[in-house]
Design a binder for this molecule. Structure first.
Ligand code: SF4
Ligand code: SF4
Ligand code: SF4
Length: 116
């Protein structure tokens, strides 16, 4: 969970609620875990589903969020095929990965990597 905590700390949050990355079990310790994080789609369905243009396509893949345009409809959450749009309950807006790579730098096992 180092990656998850590292991402949440970007917002000064000590828990996991503000993280744009999640780690979940795929059914017991033997089967392992999966990391859910934005894969930077070249043609992002999350942005296509946004009715206000709050999500703009990012140059190197993925999207950028303009919070002032977001109406909190949640369409982007439903549109992401891998469930990588997390939700900020406090702000009632999505948590969008900005591809900073901080999470990867905190993984001691080289499971994740930022590729540009
Ligand atoms: S929650 Fe915000 S960013 Fe997501 S689809 Fe709705 S308006 Fe767009
Ligand atoms: S949040 Fe999901 S749909 Fe949007 S760019 Fe990332 S992986 Fe693709
Ligand atoms: S790349 Fe940055 S924003 Fe995206 S999940 Fe990792 S730490 Fe969070």
């Amino acid at each position: 969970m180092s990656c998850v905590f590292a991402c949440a700390r970007r917002f000064g949050d000590s828990g996991v609620a503000k993280a744009a990355i999640r780690v979940s079990s795929v059914g017991g310790v033997e089967r392992g875990f999966k990391v859910i994080v934005c894969r930077a789609c070249e043609d992002p369905p999350c942005a296509a589903a946004c009715p206000t243009g709050a999500l703009a396509k990012r140059k190197d893949g993925g999207v950028l969020l303009n919070p002032s345009k977001c109406i909190g409809c949640g369409n982007c959450v439903d549109a992401c095929p891998i469930g990588a749009v997390m939700w900020d309950e406090e702000a009632n807006k999505p948590i969008i990965c900005v591809h900073c790579g901080i999470c990867a730098s905190y993984c001691p096992y080289d499971v994740i990597k930022l590729v540009r």
